[in-house]
Design a protein around this ligand. Structure first.
Ligand code: G3I
Length: 356
């Protein structure tokens, strides 16, 4: 049996196609861009076959050239931070607006970056026409199916990775009491994955959540949910570990490894999808060193796991981050300072990626 046949045997035709797509992305990631320093993160990540990502605030992207320059130089995959969320991309019942995500797609294509689609089914940022529309279950099922078919279909073959369902489990391990659970019932999760698969059978389809990398009830509940979905042949391919952390509540490498391995036992890939490490303000050198340690440890866990496919941050510069608005007194959570200068956390990632 030759190598190609062996890959077919292991992954099946669908997985092989995805592998080739990602292979092409890694190769283009190795291309040194004109503004690149000796070894930006994306080139170092490519040596490990790891995509290195960041979320992108669309308004900032439009107005800040320095932001775009660092984004293109350092990252091989970008996640639109809000532009693909329901209220933005589907602002009226019969209207979709792809202008902002399309601009990010163009930028990504011209800088040899992939795009991570975020997010199709989530309880946040839903438009009022939807939440206050008094639709029946049948109507809401049709609306969600149309939404997923239209959005994923618009990017068919161009977005290799989608957060299909985000944050469906609450901290107690129960199904979150979300708009979608109340409107459609627990089946909404399986339905969403099936519809995303229909719209693009070659994309990798993720379940994405926070607080599931450590040892806790929620992580166990997500594991059971995904085990059940896989048992029912629902086309879920992987798990997004968000990783919104602070140095004191970060999971250990051992805990992260255990979670990654048990997802692998279900045949699932994992992606670190939204990492940031907030510290109390004003941050001192000790806290920045602790922050750097957490970034390095999570990267270490990912590199040690054969099923960990990408390592993405939620933003990349402290100039723009969701943290200060949502955690008063906290901030400084990313790897570049507000002046786009690399912080100790950046150097920690570089050092780890330089090792085999
Ligand atoms: O764009 C409008 C602007 O026109 C308006 O003037 C301004 C006034 O408040 O609001 C702007 O929109 C804000 C948007 O971020 C862009 O900055 C929204 O109010 C604000 O709610 C929105 O917050 C986003 C948050 O999700 C919503 O829950 C954050 O940017 C985004 O980083 C955050 O991302 C989530 C992931 O999607 C899921 N995982 C957790 C993560 C962090 O909360």
């Amino acid at each position: 049996m030759n190598e190609r046949q062996e890959m077919h045997r292991i992954y099946g035709a669908r997985r092989l196609r995805r592998l080739l797509t990602f292979g092409a992305l890694f190769l283009t990631s190795c291309v040194q861009l004109p503004l690149a320093p000796v070894a930006p993160l994306r080139a170092l990540g490519a040596q490990h076959q790891l995509l290195i990502g960041a979320s992108v605030d669309e308004a900032v992207f439009q107005r800040d050239a320095h932001y775009r320059e660092v984004l293109a130089r350092e990252f091989s995959i970008l996640t639109p931070e809000n532009a693909l969320k329901f209220e933005r991309v589907h602002p009226a019942p019969d209207r979709y607006d792809f202008r902002r995500p399309d601009a990010l797609m163009d930028f990504a294509a011209s800088h040899h970056m992939a795009v991570h689609g975020h997010t199709l089914v989530w309880d946040g940022q839903l438009p009022q026409w939807l939440t206050q529309g008094h639709f029946s279950r049948t109507q809401l099922t049709a609306i969600l199916r149309d939404h997923i078919h239209t959005v994923v279909g618009h990017y068919r073959g161009r977005i290799p990775l989608w957060d299909v369902v985000s944050e469906a489990i609450d901290d107690d391990g129960k199904l979150r009491d979300s708009f979608w659970l109340r409107s459609i019932g627990p089946d909404y999760i399986a339905l969403a994955f099936n519809w995303a698969y229909e719209a693009d059978p070659h994309a990798r389809l993720l379940y994405n959540d926070y607080g599931i990398a450590g040892d806790n009830r929620k992580a166990d509940a997500v594991f059971r949910l995904l085990r059940d979905l896989r048992g029912q042949h629902v086309p879920v391919d992987g798990v997004g570990l968000q990783m919104h952390l602070s140095p004191n509540d970060a999971p250990t490498v051992r805990q992260v490894r255990r979670n990654m391995m048990r997802f692998e036992s279900l045949g699932l890939e994992v992606d670190i999808t939204e990492m940031d490490v907030r510290v109390r303000l004003p941050a001192n050198g000790t806290e920045l060193a602790q922050q750097a340690r957490v970034y390095r440890e999570m990267l270490d866990a990912c590199l040690a796991a054969p099923n960990c496919k990408s390592f993405a941050l939620w933003g990349f510069t402290d100039k723009y981050s969701w943290i200060p608005d949502n955690f008063p007194g906290w901030g400084n959570a990313l790897i570049f300072g507000p002046d786009f200068q690399p912080k100790p956390a950046y150097h920690a990632l570089v050092d780890r990626l330089r090792r085999r």
